[in-house]
Design a protein around this ligand. Structure first.
Ligand SMILES: [Zn+2]
Length: 121
């Protein structure tokens, strides 16, 4: 199926465009959830096996469920917070991580697996 204007953030996987006969295409992959597809030519249309909203893009909020994180960064256990952008200095390593802003520390905090639930609204 073909999708356009999607919530996924597709990134080209091959270095140079693949050409088969008269068709030119790129293999693409969502940097957030890993959904793979094929993009033909210069179009924005991506051919994928299935479509669903990008599960990571869809969630703008996180529920903090780690007592350690709450104690150290001033979050309230079980409370829901807005996700925030990865700070520039960590973008090379932790761009895809889940970040929430700590009011107490006045800085974004990277949450690890098991420390949060993604909340879809
Ligand atoms: Zn995605």
């Amino acid at each position: 199926m073909q999708i356009d204007g999607t919530t996924h953030e597709f990134i080209k996987q091959n270095i140079t465009t693949i050409i088969r006969g008269k068709k030119a295409y790129d293999k693409v992959k969502c940097r957030l959830c890993g959904l793979e597809g094929i993009r033909y030519g210069l179009s924005n249309i991506v051919d994928v096996k299935y479509d669903k909203k990008c599960p990571k893009k869809a969630s703008k909020k996180v529920q903090v469920i780690s007592k350690y994180v709450c104690l150290n960064f001033g979050f309230e256990f079980g409370k829901t917070y807005e996700r925030c952008e990865c700070p520039d200095e960590y973008k090379d390593k932790h761009k895809d991580a889940i970040w929430a802003y700590s009011e107490e520390r006045k800085e974004p905090v990277r949450l690890l697996a098991g420390e949060f639930n993604l909340i879809n609204d």
